[in-house]
Write a protein that binds this ligand. Structure first.
Ligand code: SOE
Length: 383
């Protein structure tokens, strides 16, 4: 076996686990990575279901206790794909055991947990990364490059939305993403976190303060009897929704831009519309994940023109298909794993780091605080 092999253990195997598995399986087939992942083991609560998932997704073994994964000498990388309430405990234990850790977003359910994770990462030998996969959409990476090259000039507006509609039906069950003790917050942390990260990543500016409101439209739902991906079956009995259905906020950014942000699961007809537009003194750009192979760009006083982001010199694209053939959701995770392995191989710190995840967590906290205070402007560092 190659001495470049690194053993991977994944905790959780639902929607995010499936898409991460696809990335672990495919990364070395498409990218020239310095270390080659071997999919050693996954853990989940039910023995039978975890075993079936391991077989289906290409993992060698299945266990029912995540501590077993962390304790194994043949596991070098721990991939955390569980709900947010378990991130801190697992990540800190894995880092203390000397593992590299990649953790799903948002980093944690609270600022205090995220701070503890950052502390553990700072004193660990392993590398750590939070999985904001949309940074790895080629068009999003290209957008950041254009801003960094100064093509937009001084950025004045950042306009970001993340629109979904999978819980519009009031009879959609009370899955874990609708429970504060499991998910930390609702649309805000689940999808708002992505646009906060994308806005900071593309603009190169940090959110310094927010003025927010949140809403929970459907306050009670049938209890959930099982879910797969974002689909779920309702059982008997009803429970209270303890998170926001929608979160909206305006923001100030460190470079002088002003921002508006909207995260909702009630945008009927919008399935995964992660959108961002930036307007600068020289030009603008606009992106919508539902057309993820396109970036719209305006400069020289002209209207927007489409860039088809499928050329070999566009970020990540050269590893895949000929121009015009396009990429999908799963590729963003392959790119994320590629960058993570690259950093591990080179002995550098991958981004976004746990510290970046903590920053997003502070913005989430500021949004919640501002919404609770009745939209008073809330400084991010005060949370
Ligand atoms: C559900 O809203 C979800 O699966 C998020 O949890 C993911 O982060 C996002 O990529 C797609 O939607």
């Amino acid at each position: 076996m190659s001495d470049r092999t690194v053993g991977v253990g994944m905790i959780g195997y639902a929607f995010m686990g499936r898409v991460h598995s696809q990335a672990w399986r495919s990364v070395a087939a498409f990218f020239d990575v310095p270390v080659i992942p071997r999919m050693r083991v996954i853990s989940g609560r039910s023995r039978e279901a975890t075993k079936a998932a391991a077989e289906q997704m290409g993992w060698e073994e299945a266990v029912t206790d995540w501590r077993e994964v962390i304790g194994r000498p043949d596991v070098d990388i721990v991939d955390i794909c569980t709900p947010g309430d378990t991130h801190a405990e697992i990540a800190i234990a894995a880092l203390r055991a000397g593992k590299h850790v990649i953790c799903e977003k948002p980093l944690a359910n609270t600022v205090a947990e995220a701070e503890a994770m950052v502390q553990a990462a700072a004193s660990a030998t392993g590398r750590s990364m939070v999985a904001f996969n949309y940074r790895r959409v080629p068009a999003v990476a290209l957008a950041r490059d254009l801003v960094a090259q100064g093509r937009l000039g001084e950025i004045r507006h950042v306009r970001a939305q993340y629109l979904q509609d999978w819980i519009v039906d009031p009879e959609f069950p009370l899955v874990w993403r609708l429970q504060k003790d499991k998910a930390g917050s609702g649309a805000l942390g689940d999808i708002g976190a992505h646009i906060i990260d994308a806005a900071e990543f593309i603009s190169g500016q940090l959110i310094t303060g927010v003025s927010a409101l949140t809403e929970t439209f459907i306050k009670e739902r049938p209890l959930s009897e099982g879910s797969s991906g974002l689909a779920a079956a309702g059982g008997s009995g009803r429970g209270t929704v303890t998170v926001d259905d929608a979160a909206l906020f305006t923001a100030r950014l460190s470079g002088g831009a002003v921002g508006s942000f909207e995260a909702t699961r009630f945008a009927t007809g919008r399935k995964n519309a992660m959108r961002i537009e930036l307007n600068g003194s020289l030009g603008s750009l606009a992106f919508d994940f539902e057309s993820m192979n396109e970036l719209w760009f305006s400069e020289g006083g002209k209207g927007f023109e489409r860039i088809l982001v499928t050329e070999p010199d566009h970020p990540y694209v050269g590893a895949w298909w000929p121009p015009g053939h396009g990429l999908g959701y799963e590729h963003t995770f392959t790119h994320e794993i590629r960058d993570f392995l690259e950093a591990i191989g080179q002995g550098t710190d991958p981004t976004p780091s746990f510290a970046d995840g903590l920053r997003v967590q502070r913005v989430l906290a500021a949004v919640e605080q501002s919404a609770a205070d009745g939209s008073r402007f809330t400084t991010v560092e005060d949370t």
